[in-house]
Design a protein around this ligand. Structure first.
Ligand SMILES: C=CC1=C(C)c2cc3[nH]c(cc4nc(cc5[nH]c(cc1n2)c(C)c5CCC(=O)O)C(CCC(=O)O)=C4C)c(C)c3C=C
Ligand SMILES: [Fe+2]
Ligand SMILES: [Fe+2]
Length: 353
């Protein structure tokens, strides 16, 4: 019998115009997964940070036409995934819904849309390959808080085969198109996090390193790889090394920089402004032999295959898991989570920090 299957794509979201930059930032900094301060301090901080950061952020969004491309880019991924799933599950009716965390279409809007459609089965698919309390867990909690129905939930996929191959193919292609420079250094740049988030047991950094290990294993022709972290915000100490420092170091070492975004699956402000403008300029200024930016995964065939495979295997797995709220690490009930397979231990990560 034909099923109506809803696939919910979670992402961070972004302002859709200049006037929404400040309220978007305010929503972001008012998330207890991002700022660990109690009420009413957190909303006050959120107001303060969004007010002070707003003008600079607005100027950066202005460079991209006023707002963020994250929704249109995610819509393209939703369309490609729908086609792939229709081919994989003929006879079933598939619809993808966008659920953004800090701006429209908000997660609560997605809950209403999925309910109105009358789905028989729901798969929650965070577009974050590496689990973090600040991203995946925050989105799943928003789903629960909005009265989201029980669903099959994909926790994380830092080592998924097609995802890893898609990344390494893009890096190889970028290197080839740059003329196969012999002095290349690949900087795998992920969004950073405050150190305190990792100390509290967040597996994100560990999972980013797992992704990089798997990607580099497929690139024997490129021997020089570094994992680094970008987009630091605020006064806290963030995990490192920073992408900025690694760009400078690679330039000093006379390298041709191949910069690959490793935790962003589509183009948006952090890739189009930070990587394409700020770090490209820095590399040039510091005399790097070259600077080549690897595109984000977007709708590359391998990545869409990875997403479709994840959804199909979630549909084969146990139904009706209630998304957890406020989980410190990948939740145990998601039995296939690599954290569990590898025996990742939040306590051990605290010791190592
Ligand atoms: C892996 C993905 C991401 C993690 C982890 C993450 C953590 C995190 N982010 C901030 C603060 C900001 N992030 C901003 C933009 C932004 N962040 C991600 C992804 C992750 N964030 C994406 C995809 C985007 C782009 C959205 C877009 O509009 O295109 C911003 C806004 C831009 C800016 O002002 O710099 C902020 C602020 C924190 C504090 C944090 C972890 C604690
Ligand atoms: Fe961010
Ligand atoms: Fe997980």
């Amino acid at each position: 019998m034909s099923r109506k299957i809803a696939v919910v794509l979670f992402n961070l979201g972004g302002p859709d115009g200049q006037e929404s930059v400040k309220p978007f930032l305010r929503n972001l900094f008012n998330d207890p997964a991002i700022i660990y301060a109690p009420w009413p301090i957190r909303p006050m901080l959120a107001w303060l940070i969004s007010t002070t950061r707003g003008p600079k952020a607005a100027r950066e969004y202005a460079k991209m036409g006023g707002g963020s491309p994250i929704v249109p880019e995610t819509e393209k991924q939703a369309a490609a995934l729908t086609s792939a799933l229709q081919a994989a599950l003929p006879g079933d009716e598939i619809r993808c819904f966008l659920a953004m965390r800090y701006w429209h279409p908000f997660t609560h809007e997605a809950v209403e849309a999925v309910k109105a459609w009358g789905a028989d089965d729901v798969v929650l698919l965070p577009l974050y390959p590496q689990f973090s309390t600040t991203t995946t867990a925050s989105s799943l909690k928003a789903w629960s808080d909005a009265g989201g129905m029980e669903a099959r939930t994909i926790c994380c996929f830092p080592r998924e085969t097609d995802f890893i191959a898609a990344h390494s193919d893009l890096i190889r292609k970028a290197w080839e198109e740059a003329g196969r420079p012999a002095d290349a250094r690949v900087l795998h740049s992920a969004h950073g996090l405050p150190e305190i988030t990792i100390e509290r047991g967040d597996p994100y950094q560990w999972q980013v390193e797992e992704t990089v290990k798997a990607v580099t294993a497929l690139l024997p022709e490129l021997g020089d790889h570094i994992t680094c972290f970008q987009s630091k915000v605020g006064p806290l100490k963030w995990i490192g090394p920073s992408t900025e420092d690694m760009v400078e170091e690679a330039a000093r070492d006379g390298k041709h920089i191949i910069l690959s975004p490793i935790a962003f699956v589509s183009e948006h402000i952090e890739t189009l402004v930070e990587l394409d403008e700020e770090y490209a300029e820095l590399a040039h200024e510091k005399g790097a032999a070259g600077y080549t930016r690897v595109p984000a995964l977007g709708v590359t065939e391998g990545f869409v295959r990875a997403l479709s495979g994840l959804v199909v295997s979630a549909l084969d797995g146990p139904a009706g898991l209630k998304p957890p709220s406020g989980v410190p690490i990948c939740p145990a009930e998601f039995g296939r989570c690599p954290c569990r397979e590898a025996g990742y231990n939040a306590e051990a990560s605290k010791d190592a920090a």
